[in-house]
Design a protein around this ligand. Sequence first.
Ligand code: GLP
Length: 261
Amino acid sequence: MEVVILPTQAAIASAAADCIEALVGTTPTAVLGLATGSSPLELYNELAERFRAGRVKFAQARAFMLDEYVGLSASHPERYRNVIEREVGARLDFAPGAIQGPNGLADDLPAACRAYEQAIKDAGGVDLQILGIGSDGHIAFNEPGSSLASRTRIKTLTPQTIADNARFFGGDPAQVPRHVLTQGLGTIMEAHHLVLMALGRGKAEAVHHMVEGGVSAMWPASILQFHPHATVLLDDAAAARLQLAPYYRHAYAGKPAWQGL
Ligand code: GLP
């Protein structure tokens, strides 16, 4: 795991955008993994800017979303499909149908989960997966207790995540769906490169367990310790509880420019 502590959200977004720009530059047919939540929003702004400037193209690329609420209506603004369409689809040049997500409105949810796993497999897997982290250590919607080998499936949100996400639902936890479909930890771990972004003091405990704690289903993001290419981009506040922060800063400051992330 490479931990990179950067001074601003803009610097974090720019570093993540550099990874994507390099990937689609060499592999225009790349498969990206897209995350929702507030952490990647600045990255999506940065990609939109680079697209306008002609630096990146996604016309041949494809993308898979991490997760989706169950039961939000097709037109609900917080349905993740709609969030990603607003933030990514409408601003970049992905071909129609090139961005896929789990179908939280399917009559048969287990079948929708199986179909989603198959679609990722048929696309050849995810090359670069963008991730955020929940304050309880979840990635995608893999809440504490999730199997470290899990695949796309239905999950029940924790009261903590419902409270955290209420801000997207007018501050009312009662409006947050209880159930979600999410790629499993096993699914996410098959992506070739994981780029996780975490911002703010509220993430410091989860980041501490993810990076320096024991690998445990209690802190699902800790599974990243087993990934051969995981890049963790943090601001100072999110890195506040890392014991080896001075070492991570030292290593990044001395990193040869040719090496990339
Ligand atoms: C949400 C999403 C995750 C996201 C996390 C953190 O519930 N399902 O993919 O990483 O919570 O969100 P934020 O970036 O808004 O803090």
